[in-house]
Design a binder for this molecule. Structure first.
Ligand code: ADP
Length: 227
């Protein structure tokens, strides 16, 4: 579960990126975070990953109060979350297989386990035949699938995807979100930042809209207030 209680984030230059934001995302949900450029979406994600700290309010992720988390615990906390970026962040001189295996090797998983898990994950994202390709031999959509396999290989309960379709052709973007949708059906919570309204409309999920540092619309709350 992700919980923001009256969270305000002010950068050192005085910009208030989030102003008294409260929201709750339950386990198993698929949530789109939308809003125009500069609205505060990335700041929200950075707070969820403890890349930034709130000036006031409480940020809790999977039961942990991130404001109180000691620095030495942050790497392990981040490894418990599957993170997908707009620019894929694959290691260029490594094959698709090694990019995914790397995420396991850093956590000292045994090689037998790696040999079993990596092909399984690449198969899940539809890339079994491209395991030996390096990122520059793959399309944008395929690179993002590798990144998704890497995010999933440690079996996270939560995936945070920041504009995962930002560098992909529109036709392939749908496939990536569809894949996230399938992963969500397996019980994984998905938080996806996007500004692609067409894509959001194709999937019937909760949409949180942020503008000028505030939540201005949340489809879940609207549903709750119908009667
Ligand atoms: P979005 O992801 O919706 O485009 P951001 O969270 O990146 O929005 O930015 C929200 C506001 O905070 C913007 O006004 C932006 O200029 C500002 N901002 C973001 N990061 C920093 C930073 N490191 N220092 C100062 N201001 C920042």
């Amino acid at each position: 579960m992700i919980e923001f209680q009256n969270v305000t984030k002010k950068y050192p230059n005085g910009t208030v990126a989030l102003d008294d934001v409260s929201l709750r995302i339950n386990d198993g949900e698929f949530v789109f975070i939308v809003g125009s450029s500069g609205a505060g979406k990335s700041t929200l994600i950075k707070l969820m990953l403890r890349e930034e700290r709130a000036n006031s309010g409480v940020v809790k992720v999977n039961g942990k109060n991130l404001g109180k988390m000691p620095r030495y615990k942050i790497p392990k906390f981040r490894r418990s979350i599957g993170i997908v970026f707009q620019d894929f962040r694959l290691i260029p001189n490594m094959t698709a297989y090694d990019n995914v295996a790397f995420a396991l090797r850093v956590t000292n998983v045994r090689s037998k386990e790696i040999k079993r898990k990596v092909p399984y994950m690449l198969n899940l994202v539809g890339l079994a035949s491209k395991m030996k390709c390096k990122p520059d031999e793959l399309s944008g959509g395929e690179q993002q699938r590798v990144a998704l396999a890497r995010a999933l290989v440690n079996s996270p309960a939560l995936i945070i995807a920041d504009e995962p379709t930002g560098n992909i052709d529109p036709e392939l973007s749908y496939e990536i979100v569809d894949l996230l949708n399938e992963i969500n059906k397996l019980g994984v919570t998905i938080v996806m930042v996007t500004h692609e309204h067409d894509l959001v409309e194709k999937f019937n999920h909760r949409v949180i809209t942020i503008e000028k540092g505030a939540v201005i619309r949340d489809t879940e709350e609207m549903e709750a207030n119908i009667c």
